[in-house]
Design a protein around this ligand. Sequence first.
Ligand SMILES: Cc1ncc(COP(=O)(O)O)c(C=O)c1O
Length: 480
Amino acid sequence: MIVVKSRSGELLRVEGFRIRVFEKLSLPSIGERLRAIREAGWNTFLLKADSVFLDMLTDSGVNAMSDRQLAAMITAQDAYAGGRSFYELASVVEDLMGFKYVIPVHQGRAAEHLLAKTLVREGSVVPMNYHFTTTKAHIELAGGEILEIPVREALDRRSMHPFKGDMDVAKLEEALRKLKDRIAYVRIEAVANLLGGQPVSMANIKHVRELCEKHGVPLVVDASMIDWNIYFIKEREPGYGSKSLKDILREFLSYADIVYMSARKAPSVRGGLIATNSREFYEKLVVHLPVYEGFLTYGGMSVKELAAMAVGLAEMVDESLIGSELGLISYVVEELDRKGVPVVLPPGGLGVHLDALEFLPHLPRTSYPAGSLASALYLVSGIRSMERGALSMDRDKYGREIYPDIELVRIAFPRKTYLRSHADYLIDRILWLYEHRDYVKGLHWLYEPPILRFFLGRLEDVENWGERLAEAYRRELGEY
Ligand SMILES: Cc1ncc(COP(=O)(O)O)c(C=O)c1O
């Protein structure tokens, strides 16, 4: 954002870009929405994008791209091996992130696959501030387990702690002492996706780094949404207000031995990377690249995306371009909170997060409150959000449900994509649903896949509640 002083003396934040390409949206009627969500097995992942009005499923691969990114796609050098675009990317990674070695991969989970393959063994433990679905799956597939140690405030949706993504350093120290030989690496995710997009402070990562060094364990940073994390450090952490985003990024990543990211997120392309200064880690990781991803200078990515990634990384620290979606998220969170709707506080990155257990207190966890809420929200608005609760966890090895600490519905704000009127529509429809929440009765399985079940699973609305919610909607608000 461009920040200037207004006439009244307050700060005025103005977007430092304009929109020159737009996509027409259409709003399906309530009848069409009911049909679509039934056909999708009450799973918002299985909705066709053409049945969706505002696609707020994720920020992944759907951020607006800049003119300079699109230009870079045209001038990208399309070579199988040794292409110029790779070396340009490597030089941006070195200058901006401070790492000598970079490995491109086709997306974030490919980085997680290579890391787990290289560093995780049967019986390994990976302490982390919080898990992400694909991270957990890769660590477990390699025979390891995760140990989540967020700060206490992270699981209290009302806590206004400015850095709810922080790791509990006392618990980390205890784990490092007790489990020393089993710890493959320590992982910090910044911002923490499943905690509601909450950031990690510089003080915290510095402390974690000191502990890792003391115990000789590598620190891995998942920097998929690092743009939002460094923005919050600048806004919220004492001593960082006058530092540039680039300096904050360099310092944050200087504490990591290995950093990886889904480039579908902060850099606004479709790809991923792993970076490190350790020749040893680089060599261990890179041998797997030609087997699973592609040659070292494209790693499974389109070279066009790789060239755009270099530009996207640099734009992450351009202060005039960053933060417009954070302003919208804050606006929606504050409005909903004022009206008593249970949202995760304080406003974080990534999106607006509804607490499904509080929103639908009449539903037992066995009937998947967050999944029910995400599909009900689609039904009453055409807005696609994502379940981030029990459905997003897989069962344990004995077939028992694992209920996560928090059961959220995430309404993502892809970068530079939606406007204030979209935010107002979202607020209005959430408020209507909140007033009619008793209609929502839960979901049960029709088809449950054994792994990452939330992607492909199909469910059904208990007692046909969708029909009755749609009827109430039609009575009060009409077809749209
Ligand atoms: C924090 C985090 N790590 C890893 C991933 C996986 O990245 P990808 O979807 O590109 O495979 C994601 C995806 O959303 C993420 O949010």
